[in-house]
Structure formats: C-alpha cells, structure tokens
Design a binder for this molecule. Structure first.
Ligand code: HXC
Length: 254
C-alpha cells in the first residue's frame, strides 16, 4: 500500500519507516498515525521483515499536531490520542528501534518510548512540552516514562516541559546510545537483530515488556512458559546444533 505521511523502505530484512511531514517537523496527525498502524500491520504479516527502524529526516517528530487538537472535546481528545496504535508498536512482535535526530517532543517522544531501543544524535532535543499547552503526555508517556527513567526524573521532565539534549538524555536513561548518524547505527543494529531467531526475540520481548507490569512470581511464570515453548521451535534445534557443529546458525523463524 502507498502512504502519504510516512515512507517505508525494506532492505536486508529491515523495514525503515520515515515519518514524513517535514514542514511541521513531522508533527503526528491522525492520518500519519493511521498509516503507522497499517504499516505495522503489514510488517507483522511479512516474514521477510525481522526488525523495524522508525526515524524522521532532520527531525523525529515535534509532537502531536497541535492544530488538530485546539478545539477537541474530551471525547474527541480520547479518540485522537494514538493509544491503540502506540500500544501496538510497543507490543510489536519484532524489534523496533528509534533513530532520533532533531526534535522528539511530546507525542513524538512517546512514540520513541514505544520502541525497544532509542539511538539519538547528541544534538537531538527531546522532552515533553505538553504542560506548556495546558495538557500532559496522553499517548502512554505518563506510564512508560517513569518505568524507563524512574518516577522523579519523569515528573521533572513532564512537570517542567524541559527539553534535554543527547548527553543528559543518555545519562538519565531516556535514550540508550548516542551516535553521529543515528539512522545508520539503528539500521546496523536492526540488521544484526534480523539475523537472530525471530520467535526467541518475540518471546523475550514479551517477557521483558511484562517485567514492568507484573510481580516477580508472575513474571517468572511468563518467562518459564515462553522459554520452554522455544523447545518446540526449529530455531532452537538449529541454534544448538549449529553450536555443536561449530557453524553459524541459520534461523528461519519456525
Ligand atoms: C503542529 C507544529 C508542531 C506541532 C512544530 N510545528 N511543531 N505544528 N504541531 N506539534 C510547525 C510549526 O507550527 C511551524 O509551522 C513548523 O512546524 C516549524 O516550526 P517552528 O516553530 O517554526 O520551528 P522552531 O522555531 O525551530 O521551533 C521548533 C519547536 C516548536 C521548538 C519544536 O515548533 C515547538 O515548540 N513545537 C511544538 C512542540 C510541542 O509542544 N509538542 C507537543 C505537542 S502536544 P509553520 O506553518 O508556522 O511554518 C502532544 C500531545 C501528545 O504531543 C498526546 C497524545 C496524542
């Protein structure tokens, strides 16, 4: 399918999604989020794609499109808030990496929080300026940010609306790595992950994602079920046999 607000390129088993509304610094409107939703649906069903990178040329995304939100009623705001799509990305069964240059603000940074790994340029400017608009992050940010960086740091960012650059963002755990060319670095990592066993990646992600939400005992049970389930996969046999036969494994996702 063709898209107007995003550009997708598939190469070496990696899909790179470019947010593409440069005139508004890639502000996220409903159309763009609907396209993201469709794109992730298509990528989920495509066994050739084993990892995803989300990025934006010059800027990641300067937030939800404010011009779309000014006159919303509470009901309309709830429908606008991107939550279903962002949850779909956070729970996506393949690794998703954010490559961040320029501004990643508000809903844009919340999108980055849904990714498994964030790689940013040192000059990237990240934050949650919603408080200056009389609102606060509404696409999962109040939940994902404290889980990622801790409660008081999250409160400080959300309460002040302050922007942080790459260095401080790395220090507080908002991003995982800094890179001169975040997209290049993200694609490199995605290509590496595309060579791993897809079902093991998917189930490891499910376990790790549940770690922030359930108690240790329940988490341990989820891990035990997912881990032992891998012994029904061809990739587990292949990975272990390849080790014993001193060769590189070829994982098929089965
Ligand atoms: C709509 C936006 C936008 C946004 C930038 N633009 N951010 N339009 N929504 N979020 C537009 C500007 O209006 C302008 O359009 C063009 O992009 C370039 O922006 P400038 O402001 O001229 O650039 P600059 O001076 O470099 O300032 C960059 C900026 C500033 C600091 C990022 O644009 C800014 O503060 N933007 C808003 C950031 C923000 O508050 N984000 C959170 C949104 S609320 P024109 O036509 O004038 O050239 C949110 C809630 C999510 O995300 C909740 C869940 C849905």
């Amino acid at each position: 399918m063709s898209y107007e607000n995003i550009i997708i390129r598939n190469e070496n088993n990696v899909a790179v999604i470019n947010l593409n509304r440069p005139k508004s610094l890639n502000a996220l409107n409903s159309e763009m989020v609907a396209e993201l939703d469709k794109a992730f649906g298509e990528i989920a069903a495509d066994p050739e794609v084993r990892a995803v990178v989300i990025t934006g040329e010059k800027n990641f995304a300067a937030g939800a499109d404010i011009t779309n939100m000014v006159e919303l009623s509470p009901e309309e705001a709830r429908a606008f808030a991107f939550t279903a799509t962002f949850n779909k990305i956070a729970d996506f069964p393949k690794p998703v990496i954010a490559a961040i240059e320029g501004f990643a603000l508000g809903g844009g940074m919340e999108l980055a929080l849904c990714c498994d790994i964030r790689i940013a340029a040192s000059g990237a400017k990240m934050g949650f300026p919603e408080i200056n608009l009389g609102i606060f992050p509404g696409a999962g940010g109040t939940q994902r940010l404290p889980r990622l960086i801790g409660v008081s740091k999250a409160k400080r960012l959300i309460f002040t609306g302050a922007m942080v650059k790459g260095g401080p963002a790395l220090e507080m755990g908002l991003v995982d790595t800094l890179a001169e060319n975040p997209l290049e670095e993200a694609v490199k990592l995605a290509e590496e992950l595309a060579g791993k066993a897809p079902i093991a990646l998917k189930l490891a992600k499910e376990c790790i994602n549940s770690a922030g939400d359930v108690d240790l005992q329940t988490g341990g049970k989820i891990e035990a079920i997912n881990w032992s389930g891998l012994f029904a996969t061809a990739d587990q046999r292949e990975g272990m046999r390849a080790f014993i036969e001193k060769r590189k494994p070829v994982f098929t996702g089965k």
